[in-house]
Write a protein that binds this ligand. Structure first.
Ligand code: SD4
Length: 320
């Protein structure tokens, strides 16, 4: 039996679900709940994959992607490649509420955030510096020595015309260093909002933006149908708009877990080994999740908070 309200989010981020639930209990909107929940993860640096100090890019800088979507108005606010600002989901909401736009990126997004009163600060930490330094030493072989061909698997730029992808190092998301928070919140009256926040892929090429701030990819919601949020290898997943697909399937009556599985299957058809998972909830508060089974990733944990669980309850689904 499903009950409303419902908070559901990716991974073991129970504090995030708790923060979202409390926001609802305090009379906040579903948008407030998503913002509070994701902000909690940003402040706690959930898994090192959300917020400051995690997943440095190839130059050692941590940059953030986030989005928030209102399933009643279909408004979206998002930021990609945000620098020097910790609270990415709130900047995303400011984009939605204070501009006519949907997505701001890079330095200009940071400038917007500063103008909106967000504090600019260094997102690197001692930990991110030491992780980055080690990675550089182990993996990044500069292509600057005469008469020595660089090991293609250790190519880290500078990027010039010439080497094609198969000669360059492929950046895989480290499945043990997950992961993005994606959250769907349904209010008592059936209003739904969704959001995501992440520091993206490890050692990405600077400028890389993942799936998380892309509507339909990182998350998607329409109050009449449901909401979904994805996590995993965004470079692959964003090509398939899995959150959009899942919501459209729920709109025509597909059960949430089947909708989630179909969204994963669609990606799997072309990328059998991709790392990724999705959570789904329909407008009545039924929910599900699915993930692609690969070595090292066979179960996907997620958190559910409703009046039945009465607590941010950790659940999980077998990947297929
Ligand atoms: C990205 N989807 O930037 C994010 C990262 C993630 O589990 O979810 N990792 O590609």
């Amino acid at each position: 039996r499903a009950t409303l309200p419902l908070v559901i989010n990716t991974w073991e981020f129970q504090h995030a679900a708790d923060a979202a639930w409390r926001a609802l209990q305090a009379g906040g909107s579903v948008m407030d709940a998503v913002e509070k929940g994701c902000s909690r993860c940003e402040a706690e640096q959930c898994d090192g994959s959300v917020g400051f100090g995690g997943h440095p890019d190839e130059r050692g800088e941590t940059t953030l992607d986030a989005m928030i979507m209102n399933g009643n108005t279909m408004e979206v606010g998002a930021v990609g490649d945000l620098r020097r600002i910790k609270n990415a989901i709130s900047v995303a909401r400011a984009v939605m509420e204070h501009t006519e736009h949907t997505l701001l990126v890079g330095e200009s997004a940071s400038q917007f955030a500063e103008n909106m009163g967000f504090t600019a600060e260094d997102l690197t930490t001692n930990n991110s510096i030491s992780v980055f330094t080690q990675w550089l030493k182990d993996n990044c072989q500069p292509n600057n020595r005469k008469n020595v061909s660089p090991d293609p698997s250790k190519y880290c730029g500078p990027y010039k015309p010439g080497p094609t992808l198969k000669h360059r190092r492929r950046r895989e998301i480290d499945i043990h260093a997950h992961d993005t928070i994606g959250m769907v919140v349904i209010g008592r009256d059936g209003q739904i909002a969704a959001g995501t926040s992440t520091n993206g892929a490890n050692y990405k090429v600077p400028g890389r933006v993942g799936d998380s701030p892309i509507a339909g990819a990182g998350s998607y919601v329409e109050s009449a149908a449901g909401g979904a949020a994805a996590t995993g290898n965004g470079d692959v997943m964003m090509r398939f708009l899995p959150s959009y697909l899942a919501v459209e399937l729920m709109r025509i009556g597909t059960e949430p877990s089947t909708a989630c599985e179909t969204a994963i299957s669609r990606i799997k058809r072309h990328n059998p080994g991709f790392f990724g998972a999705i959570i789904c909830a329909n407008s009545t508060g039924h929910y599900g999740a699915a993930c692609n089974k690969i070595p090292g990733f066979t179960r996907f944990p997620f958190v559910v908070y409703n009046s039945q669980t009465n607590t941010p309850l950790l659940q999980s689904v077998d990947c297929f």
